[in-house]
Design a protein around this ligand. Structure first.
Ligand code: C2E
Ligand code: CA
Ligand code: CA
Length: 596
């Protein structure tokens, strides 16, 4: 609640209290006045009687006393006296009024000695009654004072305590909104920071800070509905609470991202994942808990590091784990920092590197499995840095995909390839060029490709466009149209790393792929299953009128396997590693030309 409003409410309470106080003081002043006038009536009557007995008639005093008497009884008159509503007091007044009336009658007949005697007697009675009346008035006034003091105090106590109670509950509510996540009842990031600070300041254990999210949570929400999504989040939250058992802190950051600080254990991530899956299984009837996976950033807590930095570090680790794909975990450590440092260096140097021809064309031959004859090559880039280091593309491709620079780089490699073909005048030779999905998404891709080919006057049949399988996943209609147009224009299109990603066999029919390039993973650690899969892919390709090439051919055994399953083409260290373009032309093109 805003400070302004609480001050206003408090001021209202005090204003009412002050009004009550003024009212009760005013009432007390009224009582005092009545007591005072009762005294006047008592004394004044004695004076009047004394004067009458001495033969002096004071009409003015008599009228004055008469007026007071009436005013005391009715509360109406020129002296501003109040009527005291007390039965004993009013009875005494009535009795006094009766005596007073008799006294007035006797005053009228003062010539009669009997009347004078009677007046004297009556004045004695009157005095006694007046005395009683003053005492009663005093008593009533005291009681009223006690009552109004008690009332005032009760008002102050009740209103103040209810205000304090209300204020506290409001504060609690505000704290809840500020610190608690509504859905999962977990603390939020602000509360988490406070909790972590408190815990690591008072405990000396070794702690680990985790930041994680649920993989493909958007997909789960979309497929199974938001209620199910909410249940997953609640399940994860409950599991975290059970896992830390008051010995750590956990929180929901936003959407499906969570924080957890717990004592360090080697297997902490595995344990946590298991318990989260189990809990989700209990919450939802659908059998999706088994497929649930999480991506983690992890940070080993160092007490001297400010909490904000710890959080930044673990989020950075999580971001990098995310880039690796689902189910990964990355620890924030020197290795990660070095990599990030290197990446920022790459970004700084990329423009000058391109201008100074630091990206070089390497070629790796492709060959016929049956004859080992070279039929083409793949263009692969290497970064020759000025300090003499040679950087491999896996280190920087994804980085340049992220910042969009890959488009320039892919076309640079296409130009080097075209230049190479033109320089060597080999137009019956096909070189495959890798294009990132980012480049294909570029609006100028199609026109740019033709412009380069035309500029170097290279027949389209010399260029094969190699696109990694995962790039086909989720390709939009426009992209499919572009690829179909390129295929119609005569370019060969190959699906790289086939079998490594999300294979959508449907896509093979949806678009014109000429060549399937089987991922090298199928030749690594050969076994019967993998062999059968290669065989199936070869047969599938034959049915769809596609050619098949297998990557990563390293040994004689690999060649024999491919021969056995009737795979036509291969590429790999068995024939050659990727080598600089000049070396390639010397080593293979002369032979190719002579052979041709
Ligand atoms: P990729 O297209 O799958 O290229 C094949 C990779 O496998 C190459 O790594 C190559 O050196 C390696 N390789 C070839 N034969 C063997 C073998 O027998 N055994 C083993 N273990 N490896 C073999 P490289 O040159 O480091 O390229 C890595 C990836 O970088 C490429 O994978 C490709 O995706 C990407 N890349 C390379 N050049 C370009 C480019 O100009 N543009 C784009 N967008 N990506 C490129
Ligand atoms: Ca490739
Ligand atoms: Ca490949």
């Amino acid at each position: 609640m805003k400070q302004k409003y609480s001050i206003m409410i408090y001021m209202c309470i005090w204003t009412v209290a002050i009004i009550l106080l003024v009212f009760s003081l005013n009432q007390n002043a009224g009582y005092a006045k009545v007591i005072n006038y009762s005294g006047i009536v008592r004394g004044g009557t004695q004076k009047l009687v004394k004067e009458e007995l001495h033969g002096v008639h004071d009409e003015k005093l008599l009228d004055h006393l008469d007026t007071i008497m009436i005013e005391l009884q009715t509360g109406k008159g020129p002296n501003g006296l109040m009527k005291i509503d007390n039965t004993a007091y009013q009875n005494q007044l009535t009795e006094m009024a009766a005596i007073w009336n008799e006294m007035k009658q006797n005053i009228q007949k003062m010539d009669d000695p009997q009347a004078a005697l009677r007046l004297y007697e009556l004045s004695q009675d009157y005095f006694d009654k007046a005395d009683e009346m003053v005492n009663t008035a005093q008593h009533v006034s005291d009681q009223k004072l006690i009552q109004s003091t008690l009332l005032f105090l009760s008002f102050i106590i009740i209103t103040s305590s209810s205000f304090i109670f209300w204020y506290r509950s409001k504060q609690k509510e505000i704290r809840k909104v500020m610190y608690i996540d509504k859905l999962t009842r977990l603390p939020n990031r602000t509360a988490f920071e406070l909790g972590v600070q408190r815990l690591i300041a008072t405990h000396k254990q070794k702690y680990v800070l985790l930041y994680f999210d649920i993989d493909d949570f958007k997909y789960l929400n979309g497929t199974y509905g938001y209620t199910c999504g909410d249940q997953i989040l609640i399940g994860v939250a409950d599991a975290m609470v059970e896992f830390i058992q008051n010995r750590g802190v956990c929180a929901r950051d936003n959407s499906d991202c969570f924080f957890l600080l717990a004592e360090f254990e080697e297997t902490i991530v595995d344990q946590l994942q298991n318990i989260m899956k189990q809990m989700v299984k209990q919450k939802i009837e659908l059998d999706i808990a088994d497929d649930l996976s999480f991506t983690f950033g992890a940070y080993e807590v160092k007490n001297e590091v400010p909490i904000q930095d710890m959080i930044d570090n673990v989020i950075l680790a999580h971001k990098n784990a995310k880039a690796l794909g689902r189910g990964n975990i990355i620890w924030y450590n020197q290795e990660l920092l070095n990599r990030l440092l290197q990446e920022s260096l790459f970004i700084k140097q990329m423009h000058t590197a391109l201008k100074q021809n630091e990206f070089r064309l390497y070629l790796q031959p492709k060959f016929e499995i049956d004859t080992l004859k070279i039929t083409g090559a793949e263009s692969l880039m290497r970064w020759h840095m000025q300090d003499g280091r040679i950087i491999y593309p896996d280190t920087f491709i994804s980085l340049f995909e992220k910042n969009g620079y890959i488009y320039d780089l892919d076309f640079y490699m296409l130009e080097r390839t075209c230049e190479f073909l033109q320089r060597n005048q080999c137009f019956d030779f096909t070189i495959s060029v890798n294009f990132s999905r980012v480049s294909i998404h570029h609006k100028d891709f199609y026109e740019h490709l033709h412009a380069v080919i035309n500029a170097y006057q290279i027949p389209v049949s010399c260029i094969e466009i190699e696109i990694t399988e995962s790039a086909f996943n989720g390709l939009s209609h426009t992209i499919l149209t572009i690829l179909r147009r390129l295929s119609n224009d005569g370019f060969l299109i190959s699906m790289d790393d086939f079998g490594s990603g999300y294979s959508s066999l449907n896509l093979l029919t949806a678009m014109q792929v000429d060549i399937l390039k089987i991922d090298r993973a199928f030749l690594e650690e050969q076994n019967d299953k993998k062999k059968k899969i290669i065989k199936l892919i070869v047969e599938l390709a034959a049915t769809l009128h596609m050619r098949v090439i297998c990557e990563g051919v390293e040994t004689e055994a690999d060649v024999e396997l491919l021969r056995a399953v009737r795979c036509q083409l291969g590429q790999g260290y068995y024939i050659s590693k990727p080598i600089p373009a000049e070396a390639f032309s010397e080593k293979y093109l002369q032979k190719h030309k002579t052979a041709g």
